[in-house]
Design a protein around this ligand. Sequence first.
Ligand code: SF4
Length: 709
Amino acid sequence: VIWLGQAEHSVTTTCAYCGVGCGFKAEMKGNEVVRMVPWKNGQANEGHSCVKGRFAWGYATHKDRITTPMIRKRITDPWQEVSWDEAIGYAASEFKRIQAKYGRDAIGGIVSSRCTNEEGYLVQKLVRAAFGNNNVDTCARVCHSPTGYGLKQTLGESAGTQTFKSVEKSDVIMVIGANPTDGHPVFASRMKKRLREGAKLIVVDPRRIDLVKSPHVKADHHLQLRPGTNVAVITALAHVIVTEGLLDEAYIAERCEDKAFREWREFVSRDANSPEATAVVTGVPATELRAAARLFTTGRSDGTAATLQARGARPNAAIYYGLGVTEHSQGSTMVMGIANLAMATGNVGREGVGVNPLRGQNNVQGSCDIGSFPHELPGYRHVSDSSTRALFENAWNVELQPEPGLRIPNMFDAALSGSFMGLYCEGEDIVQSDPDTQHVAHALSSMECIVVQDLFLNETAKYAHVFLPGSSFLEKDGTFTNAERRISRVRKVMPPKAGLADWEVTVKLSNALGYPMDYTHPEQIMAEIAALTPTFSGVSYEKLDRLGSIQWPCNDEAPEGTPTMHIDRFVRGKGKFFITQYVASDEKVTRRFPLLLTTGRILSQYNVGAQTRRTENNQWHSEDRLELHPHDAEERGIRDGDWVGIESRSGQTVLRAQVSDRMQAGVVYTTFHFPESGANVITTDSSDWATNCPEYKVTAVQVLPVMQP
Ligand code: SF4
């Protein structure tokens, strides 16, 4: 329902859904939002929006919101409503009891990448200063942690290189493992405009996504690979570029480490990495791989070194990628493979090019920036670095631990072995969002105190002993950082429904634990972040109000921010090539599990659906379905709309089938927006070798028709 009346006033804020970070005017009547209008001056969206940001904000006032703190001694007991002081006092006493009994490292915290920068900063400070360990992690662990690792290793900074606007200067665009039409709609529109103007498009995806062929856009090449073979594809593309003389030798000589480059060139040149050799593994015809590599480098699918010479200048080629890259056992390797390809062709350091991770959640970038990982203090500085620790120890008046803490999956394992017994979980429904649900549930059942801070009694709250009501983005001040490193203000438009904003709850918990925090406004928290983090030293609320938003780094060298990174030199000095040896996923098809399952999102819903399912967006997509190829459906006697059972090595679930030629034979696909569909009951606990990011995108399954459950 669209309200057509006159608003009394409006407040400028930022969408709390995806990593595009669109600016909005929240139009108000009294204390009520009546309409969200995309902000014309929003630098990420320039007046555009999608169906989520525009219409799906009603969850903030939904009747399911919990607005009173609750506690219970055992998870089988009924919840008991209590005051804030009682709930926080109980949580603090339980955490202290657990540490006294099991040791300092027996508790930890998880903070959602949907929280503001200021909230994330406070949670990691709480864990490091009040808990006294480094057991803090964020849900970026399960999405883009390989981006942080891979880009830091190769380019020197754990972030994308460009602005969204940069795509307007691209001549060739490669989209790998991302479906921007559904996941990042406002950026997708910007990209499609450029494609309609004549830019070329290469799509690397197991599924025929909208970008491959839609009424207005058609990919020049769709590399429809088998799930789990990304690294073989990117290495084969590099093979063509190296062996056909398409490298940007001058750029590499000036800007990249020579020894690492020579080793990489020798590696990718091997016959085993040729398109012909890898086609068997990837399922992508060698001719397509060769044509795509030539298009990316020369602007023509039949381009050669002579084409480049005649052209006089290289085309601007940009790579955009998503969770189809990172959520693999070789996620970090693939991110490094993408950076290799961009450096090899001279495509980092100016507009129109670059390596561009499309972050799923609104504040994945910010959550990583401000120290939510167990091995890094704010600004991606390792906890083992004594000078960084000394800086924070002075500012926080505590002693910090030099050893990295537990990652989310390590917390689960430690809980099952009896050494991790208490968890503070803010804004994250780990039972629904993390892989291998039964394993997660078993781990949570083993803990002695779980504190959940959320808007709703989510799946994780079923295992909680303390429930602290959370606040929506409309009820608090702060900042989000989008996928292009753009920090934007979130502004409070109504008082917190439960009386406290999320950051205030963390402050109270810290004080109850005996570590004093005395912030009275998130602006003070941002000032502390800026004082302690060189890449943010020029960021302030005053400047954000004046400029609208700021892309970090923002400091004395770049007082108004940095739209394009690595212009004259890479942040690490010289760019570094890494060997990308393809290793097959542990998830292999067998007679028992003959299909590969991969997952993704749909436009109207968002992640585990906790917000969008409680809005009118639910009418457009009210269930998760299993997409499968007509051949696989026919072989099993499955018709469109039939109920099917899906079984993997981890578990089983039931969905309705959607027969679709968007799929390749042998591959099935589902979204994960509804708890009852149990998508993560069937995903396994395989994960990225460097970061433990789960391999959501490759699960061997069997699919068979079943009766309606
Ligand atoms: Fe919100 Fe993303 Fe849609 Fe923009 S594109 S309105 S940030 S969900």
